[in-house]
Design a binder for this molecule. Structure first.
Ligand code: NAD
Ligand code: MG
Length: 395
């Protein structure tokens, strides 16, 4: 039995991971963690016989401790302890945002393999996280569907055979539009093919999700940015393609169902049965591909530029995006304000070469402060250009 800790277990990925665990004979959950949803977390702990949980929110942890016989750990130290003292074989990191970086560092430092849904760990800390994994001989197994697909496509290849990688993007709810001044929060939250948490759904609508994935792929597979393409594929059936040196191109196909990459990440290098329907090519009928529109969706361009610049640029990009997405969801900036906040943050902050994780935490904090100021300043200015409706409609 592989001992597993799931971080972010109450979210979209976390809940599906527990479904995969329930259907598997190979996994036993020894710890669960979430942000503040103590009721859901305790229900999961009871259902899956988990002895220890952690909650990032100290008040929520206190409430949970009062009503549960198991061990409840609190705050960031609690999450660290849950991972470090778990004797787990594997940690699934399904926390959303840069908050996931700390737990990734703790797991890798303890020599524990990480099944990584939290792409922000690699966006923010790419070089340092990869170096840490190498130093402790621990593995990062991607859970993000495109990267899981690439992992599967590349695992049989020797060095020097991979020429190019292709990440596919659904294009999000605004594919084909060239004017996004008036789009609402509800429209942005209506993803055409994937059902996911709120933050990644907005990231998919701005296409920055694919930009974050470009940076993630660069670090996971050690491929230069110039050799990684993004292609819009509205059906979300082809998850990734690798082009090889002998002219062969390999694709990974399947219906959009996160249980497939989650199961792969949790069982690697084995494969187990997943109750997912097999692909019916005739029923799908048509697979189409198009160039992404970088003018209407500048976030994808900004992410590629930040990745290529390196240093703290991807960290700043990510922090500014998190602040801007929250502000958009709260009705404080329009949809097009997200790109504006990110671009201004990158333009106005000094970018450095982080020598240590503390440099990244400092850069993240400074970028959040700067992006917060920009939301205050740009929000009212941009509101005149349209936006996401009045706060009362959109809250
Ligand atoms: P979500 O918002 O549904 O869930 C987030 C989880 O993280 C919740 O359990 C929440 O309680 C927990 N959390 C939030 N802040 C925390 C903190 N500070 N400390 C501890 N726990 C905290 O998000 P999601 O859609 O499940 O996405 C999770 C991650 O997986 C993201 O990085 C996302 O980009 C990635 N991902 C998600 C999908 C998907 O289909 N949902 C696909 C690919 C990648
Ligand atoms: Mg993805």
């Amino acid at each position: 039995m592989r001992k597993l800790v799931i971080l972010g277990s109450t979210g979209s990925i976390g809940v599906q991971a527990l479904e995969v665990v329930a259907a598997s004979d190979a996994l036993r959950v020894v710890g669960l963690a979430a942000g503040s949803d103590s009721d859901s977390l305790l229900a999961q702990a009871r259902d899956h016989g988990v002895p220890r949980v952690a909650l990032a929110d100290a008040g929520a942890a206190k409430r949970a401790a009062a009503e549960w016989g198991g061990e409840v750990l609190a705050a960031d130290e609690g999450l660290r302890a849950l991972v470090a003292d778990s004797e787990a074989d594997l940690v699934l990191n399904a926390i959303v945002g840069a908050a996931g970086l700390g737990p990734t560092i703790v797991a890798l430092s303890a020599g524990i393999d990480v099944a990584l849904a939290n792409k922000e760990s690699l966006v923010v800390g790419g070089e340092l996280v990869s170096a840490l994994a190498e130093a402790t001989d621990s593995q990062l197994i991607p859970v993000d569907s495109e990267h899981s697909a690439l992992h599967q496509l590349i695992r049989g290849e020797g060095p020097g055979t991979v020429e190019r990688l292709v990440l596919t993007a659904s294009g999000g709810p605004f594919r084909g539009r060239t004017e996004l001044g008036e789009v609402t929060r509800e429209e942005a939250l209506a993803h055409p093919t994937w059902e996911m948490g709120g933050k990644i759904t907005i990231d998919s609508a701005t296409l920055i999700n694919k930009g974050l994935e470009l940076i993630e792929a660069h670090h996971l597979f050690g491929i230069p940015y110039a050799q990684i393409d993004v292609v819009v594929h509205p059906q979300s059936i082809v998850h990734a393609v690798v082009h090889l040196n002998d002219g062969a191109s390999l694709a990974h196909l399947g219906y959009p169902d996160m249980r497939v990459p989650i199961s792969y990440g949790l069982h690697y290098p084995e494969r187990v049965d997943v109750a997912a329907p097999l692909l019916d090519l005739v029923a799908v009928g048509e697979l189409t591909f198009e160039e992404p529109d970088l003018t209407t969706f500048p976030c994808l361009r900004l992410a590629r530029e930040a990745g290529e610049a390196g240093g703290t640029a991807p960290c700043v990009l990510n922090a500014a995006n998190e602040v801007a997405v929250s502000a958009f969801l709260e009705g404080r900036i329009p949809f097009v304000g997200i790109a504006a906040v990110i671009e201004e943050s990158l333009d106005s902050l000094p970018l450095t070469d982080p020598g240590h994780f503390d440099d990244l935490f400092a850069a993240d904090e400074e970028a959040r402060r700067r992006a917060g100021e920009l939301v205050e300043r740009l929000g009212p200015a941009l509101a005149g250009t349209g936006g996401n409706g009045s706060p009362s409609e959109s809250a």
